[in-house]
Ligand binder design. Structure first.
Ligand code: NAI
Ligand code: OAA
Length: 343
């Protein structure tokens, strides 16, 4: 029975994510932190007749008490995109929000699992890792970029092309590698097996092209449809809850064989050497087996088709810049950049 903290809990993702987490019997205390409105959201959720206690914490002065004793911290804090923006455009605002939350985690719950939802994930995850390294509390097994929405979208979109395959049955069988923005999102569609029949799903080259593009730019579909009112929140809450609960199943309940695609720091993580050599990167999303301490094993990339190899090459090139930008934000802060808030 564990304490889970949601930072950014009053937001578009934070509220439905907290609602989904309130349903889990693995969580004994759900602490909701935000700079606004978290007390009201907590009061509302606390009337639901499931086991966990819910508390609300508002403002930087209340962050320490929210994080104290946390087993897992989920971070959907920060601004979302509007039409015409890239995820990288969010860096300006979200980088310092994530940096300050990571600094507070380093001080108040250095052993907690940290799940980063705030965009741009390709840069915010390196920011968290660098803050923890600086504080001498970094454990690469415990920091995750949440890319589950790419897997969720993949299984839904594949079902729409191949209705004979149920989305929930293929949900855990599609690996998405790379990162979490446009061309860095690479779904491995050449290797989907549907259990229990072990029937493989095959596509025409045109289907692969259309599906890959839709999965890579699924976020833009929602941003456009919401027309200025933000980006994916409900599907993201579903995906964020799925990842959080998978991690709790593996780490708290001791369930074996739990695998999710996620963006992690490769050096120091068990099994990551092959992917590190292949990509030449320190951060990459791929299937990861989860265990009692977080990452139990980074799974080697599957055999890629020629087209997938080309896509991964493009992803690697873009990721290099995204990762470096995040790392440098902590290791080489610009003069005039806002200082870390005292939390
Ligand atoms: N990883 C992924 O797959 C996805 C990531 N996202 C990202 O998630 C983030 C949040 O999106 P939404 O919930 O739609 O935004 P939102 O604006 O609805 O909610 C964000 C919340 O963060 C809070 N916040 C701002 N600064 C904070 C701080 N310093 N500490 C704690 N809370 C703070 C705000 O008060 C607000 O309640 C965005 O960066 C978005 O791009 C969105 C969808 C998918
Ligand atoms: O598109 C966005 O900005 C939000 C996001 O990451 C997604 O929906 O995948």
């Amino acid at each position: 029975m564990v304490k889970v903290v949601v930072c950014g809990a009053a937001g578009g993702i934070g509220q439905p994510l907290s609602l989904l987490l309130k349903q889990s019997d693995l969580i004994s205390h759900l602490a909701l932190y935000d700079i606004v409105n978290a007390i009201g959201v907590a009061a509302d959720l606390s009337h639901i007749n499931t086991a966990s206690k819910v508390t609300g914490h508002v403002g930087a002065g209340a962050l320490a008490e929210a994080l104290q004793g946390a087993h897992t911290v989920v971070i959907p804090a920060g601004v979302p995109r509007r039409p015409g923006m890239t995820r990288d455009d969010l860096f300006k605002v979200n980088a310092s929000i994530v940096r300050d939350l990571a600094q507070a985690c380093a001080e108040h719950c250095p052993k907690a699992f940290i799940l980063v939802i705030s965009n741009p994930v390709n840069s915010t995850v390196p920011i968290v890792c660098e803050v923890l390294k600086k504080a001498n509390v970094f454990d690469p097994r415990r920091v995750f970029g949440v890319t589950t929405l790419d897997v969720v979208r993949s299984s839904r979109f594949v079902h729409e092309v191949k209705p004979q395959f149920e989305p929930h049955e293929i949900a855990n069988r599609i690996t998405v590698v790379g990162g979490h923005s446009g061309a860095t999102i690479v779904p491995i569609l050449s290797k989907i097996n549907q259990q229990p029949h072990n029937q493989s799903i095959s596509f025409t080259p045109e289907e692969i092209k259309t599906l890959t593009h839709r999965i890579q730019f699924g976020g833009d579909e929602v941003v456009k449809a919401k027309d200025g009112a933000g980006s994916a929140t409900l599907s993201m809450a579903y995906a964020g809850a799925r990842f959080t609960l998978s991690l709790l199943e593996a780490s708290v309940r001791g369930k074996r064989g739990v695998v999710e695609s996620t963006f992690v720091h490769l050096p120091g993580n068990p099994g990551s050497e092959w992917n590190q050599r292949f990509t030449g990167l320190d951060y990459f999303a791929q299937d990861v087996e989860l265990g009692p301490d977080g990452v139990a094993k980074v799974l080697a990339l599957p055999e890629l088709s020629t087209e997938e190899q080309a896509l991964v090459k493009i992803a690697i090139n873009e990721l290099k810049g995204n990762v470096t930008k995040g790392v440098k934000f902590i290791t080489e802060p610009q003069p005039g950049a806002p200082p870390a808030a005292k939390l």
